[in-house]
Design a protein around this ligand. Structure first.
Ligand SMILES: N[C@@H](CCC(=O)N[C@@H](CS)C(=O)NCC(=O)O)C(=O)O
Length: 216
């Protein structure tokens, strides 16, 4: 039994973000899967853990609940500062948070399972409509992200310099989800290059959806 319990789902990109951070920090944790497609995250037992009915949720040994992947990752970064997931200076920190939030706040929420499900149930969307919707919102976010990354001298092997951090975690998790919807990455050479650099790192591989106990 670890001090940290992670409620999550192998395919969830926000769960993937937290798993990457845990692996990068070398923190051990108990993995509790909840099958989103089977609606397990909406059952009373899980709502008693996280009333929001979303994964990931981190439960600490004193019972403290933490939700919201970015808040969880920043907490992990503070309790285990090595390797750092944010740069030291205020401007660098703001830039990395900006890049992370372009994905976490402006792409992921509109492509979440419950949104895609509502498109079906409220508006009769079919599989192709859902795929088009998903691709549309990724492209809306990736076009400016590519421009910013490609034009900034602060971009290095990773989103910010030569070490992977919070923005890279969000980028790699989003690119992984994109694959399920066949998003064409050809227009995004910088994002593609950074994703490849991330996926060469053991933490990103170990945390990847296909390597989890609930993978299908
Ligand atoms: N802002 C939250 C989003 C969490 C979230 O939406 N998780 C998704 C999986 S990636 C989920 O639980 N979806 C369930 C649903 O949409 O019904 C975070 O960053 O942790």
């Amino acid at each position: 039994m670890s001090d940290i319990v992670l409620h999550n789902y192998f395919r969830s990109s926000t769960s993937y973000r937290v798993r990457i951070a845990l692996e990068m920090k070398g923190l051990s944790y108990d993995y509790v899967p909840h099958h989103l497609r089977h609606g397990e995250h909406l059952e009373p037992a899980y709502l008693a853990v996280n009333p929001q009915g979303l994964v990931p949720a981190l439960v600490l040994d004193d019972g403290t609940l933490l939700t919201q992947s970015l808040a969880i990752i920043e907490y992990l970064d503070e309790i285990q500062p090595v390797p750092p997931l944010l740069p030291k200076g205020p401007l660098g920190r703001a830039r990395v948070r900006m890049l992370a939030q372009m994905i976490a706040c402006d792409i992921h929420p509109v492509n979440n399972l419950r949104v895609l499900t509502s498109l079906r149930t409220l508006f009769g969307a079919g599989d192709q409509d859902i795929t088009n919707w998903f691709r549309h919102w990724v492209n809306e976010g990736f076009q400016p992200l590519e421009k910013i990354l490609a034009s900034s001298p602060q971009t290095g092997t990773f989103c910010h310099g030569e070490a992977a951090g919070l923005a890279d975690i969000c980028l790699a998790a989003q690119v992984t989800s994109n694959a399920r919807f066949g998003v064409d990455l050809t227009p995004y050479p910088t994002i593609t290059r950074i994703n490849a650099a991330c996926m060469a790192l053991p933490a990103f591989q170990k945390a990847a959806p296909q390597n989890q106990i609930d993978a299908e």
